[in-house]
Design a protein around this ligand. Structure first.
Ligand code: MG
Length: 282
């Protein structure tokens, strides 16, 4: 695959992300997709989706898992409900993530991704250790499917993410780097974070955001904005991706599926911005 192919976050049937026909109209060659609901994680659904992507000359680069009961309403709710960290839903979600990995295999896709949740800060705690065990079990399943697992950034600092990946001790655990999330969650300067974790980044989101007020960072959301209009600094972001040797797709994430016209306009502008920067940097 060519380096830095433009991509968008789309959906098989979950109604999230960019509509596939919008991606096709914009001539975008790659997508990451939200996994479909359980009843449609079938061979027939995979074949139908692959027929659509093939007709549109689109390659699926990563399948993201998400779960019922997750809410990003505010940061405390996100911490309580998202990913594999909440213990009451963990067993069911790990099972579901394994099924999503199986579905991704049907799509011929070698990477699955997820928000694992807020990794407990104390490496000696029982909660941290049990999350390590859970993650290993998932990675072994994902590995048996010939796949990598990419952890979405944002909920941990770069340093703690590195500690966690180190402690899991599996060779198929990598990072989906999202610079806007570092800002939205208030977990650190995204460029500094990327320099630290760059060697483990295998996919990225091109998303932008503005910081919450200094006294509210980490407590209240920053604000997601159109690419190039936030605090990430797309020029610096792409320069840093080049510095750390990243060659994978540049996947635009803009989750306003309810407003198709605005989505198409924002994505179109984002594609233009990334193509200009690519032409300067590659
Ligand atoms: Mg993201």
């Amino acid at each position: 695959m060519q380096p830095w192919q433009i991509g968008v976050f789309a959906s098989v049937d979950a109604g999230l992300g960019v509509h596939l026909d919008v991606a096709q109209e914009l001539g975008i060659p790659t997508v990451q997709v939200h996994a479909p609901h359980q009843q449609t994680r079938t061979q027939a659904a995979a074949d139908a989706f692959l027929a659509r992507t093939k007709a549109a000359a689109i390659t699926v680069t990563c399948v993201f898992g998400g779960f019922d009961g997750e809410s990003y309403a505010d940061i405390p709710t996100t911490a309580r409900t998202v990913g594999l960290v909440p213990e009451e839903s963990r067993a069911a979600r790990v099972q579901e993530m394994k099924e999503i990995s199986d579905f991704a295999k049907l799509l011929g896709c070698e990477a699955v991704g997820l928000h694992i949740g807020f990794v407990p800060p104390d490496r000696a705690s029982a909660g941290y250790k049990s999350l390590i065990e859970t993650t290993r079990g998932l990675l072994d399943h994902v590995g048996a499917n010939g796949q990598r697992l990419h952890l979405e950034t944002g909920q941990e600092s770069a340093d703690h993410l590195l500690e966690f990946i180190h402690d899991v001790e599996r060779s198929n655990l990598f990072i989906n780097f999202d610079p806007a999330n570092m800002i939205l969650y208030g977990t650190g300067n995204p460029i500094e974070a990327l320099k630290k974790v760059g060697h483990l980044v295998r996919s990225v989101h091109c998303k932008d955001a503005t910081w919450a007020a200094a006294d509210k960072r980490g407590k209240e959301w920053g604000c997601e904005v159109a690419l190039g209009e936030g605090d990430v600094g797309m020029d610096t972001y792409l320069r840093t991706l080049k510095e750390v040797g990243y060659q994978g797709p540049l996947t635009i994430e803009r989750e306003i599926a309810h407003d198709r016209e605005r989505q198409k306009r924002d994505i179109g502008m984002a594609v233009g911005l990334l193509q200009r920067l690519k032409a300067q940097l590659l």
